[in-house]
Design a protein around this ligand. Structure first.
Ligand SMILES: Nc1nc2c(ncn2[C@@H]2O[C@H](COP(=O)(O)OP(=O)(O)OP(=O)(O)O)[C@@H](O)[C@H]2O)c(=O)[nH]1
Ligand SMILES: [Mg+2]
Length: 305
């Protein structure tokens, strides 16, 4: 299955919801007018694209219509696809890698967003690219969390650095960095415990882990990857903001896109944050990871319309 087909499959629920609203609006032969543009905005809002992004897109289409660039409903879709896809730079979707020594990827997010699974997917993805990977079990809250990561490490054939449950996550991060440097691995992936913005001490702990990492490897962490659960829709925007306040989030991993009818939030995220979506999760196995591709995403989002 090609990238487009995998996106298409993963986005099927989102697309069904969007298509319901869009089909009538975009029907062949309809002339563009204000009423049509309002209907279009409603359909995009129902599709979770977020009020700000929808208003901006509606404005662009309105301008294109007023200046005579488009006049028929069927011209809207290509216009929309182009404008959404072009909002992403080509360069910023790559993982930032270290110039020398190990690349450290620090993975954060709220409880149950998909962090540990996404760490495993990233490990597997990197191993397939010929990289050596080491995992750090910085979620020391529950013994089960350490075991869960251990199982993934075994399955991916990568090394794991862990401490006892209840130990200091920053100490695990330190040891993982030390081991990574000593063993000359290419990438260190740090899994962390889920936390909510109301848990101030836990949010502060993230800052501490980040500082410990930087102390050991000066230009690290090279990526702070925020894992967002795509099924939560607009709340994802709030989470991106809160986590960005305590750590420098450099990339988003949008997990559970397959189970989501709210994949349209990707559009709203791009509009509100200068943080690129780097990967999406399209299922529960380690192979269900795709680098985010705006072109394939947009084509899949609006396929069959
Ligand atoms: N369908 C689907 N399920 C996913 C995806 N990513 C993760 N999951 C599921 O989401 C659930 C939570 O995943 P975890 O990786 O344990 O989430 P977490 O953020 O590490 O959770 P905590 O450590 O408890 O905060 C599990 O049942 C995963 O299988 C995905 O891309 N698609
Ligand atoms: Mg976890």
């Amino acid at each position: 299955m090609g990238l487009f087909d995998r996106f298409k499959k993963g986005l099927s629920r989102t697309r069904d919801k969007l298509a319901d609203g869009l089909r009538g609006v975009l029907s062949f032969g309809r002339k563009i007018d204000d009423a049509l543009l309002d209907e279009l905005a409603d359909a995009m809002l129902v599709g979770d694209m977020g009020p700000r992004a929808v208003t901006a897109l509606q404005g662009e289409i309105h301008d294109a219509w007023k200046t005579g660039r488009i006049s028929e409903a069927q011209e809207i879709l290509p216009f929309l696809k182009e404008h959404i896809a072009n909002a992403w730079n080509a360069g910023d979707r790559q993982l930032r890698m270290a110039q020398s020594g190990p690349t450290v990827i620090f993975v954060v997010g709220v409880n149950g967003s998909g962090k540990t699974t996404s760490v495993a997917k990233l490990a597997s993805y990197l191993v397939k690219q010929g990289k050596s990977v080491l995992l750090g079990a910085c979620d020391t809250f529950r013994a089960a969390a350490i075991d869960q990561l251990g199982i993934w490490a075994e399955r991916c054939g990568v090394e794991l650095v862990k401490h006892q449950p209840g130990s200091d996550p920053a100490a695990v991060a330190f040891d993982a960095c030390e081991a990574g440097v000593a063993r000359g691995v290419d990438v260190i992936l740090l899994d962390t415990a889920g936390r909510l913005h109301t848990q101030e001490h836990l949010m502060r702990e993230l800052g501490k882990i980040q500082r410990v990492v930087t102390k050991h490897i000066p230009d690290a962490p090279h990526e702070v990857m925020l894992v967002l659960d795509a099924t939560i829709g607009q709340n994802a925007l709030q989470q991106a903001k809160v986590f960005s306040d305590v750590v420098e989030v450099t990339g988003l991993f949008l997990a559970k896109l397959d189970g989501s009818a709210k994949g349209g939030i990707v559009v709203g995220i791009r509009d509100q944050f200068d943080i690129p979506v780097k990967f999406v999760g399209l299922g529960e196995t380690i192979d269900d990871i795709e680098p985010f591709d705006p072109g394939a995403f947009v084509e899949a989002l609006f396929a069959d319309l």
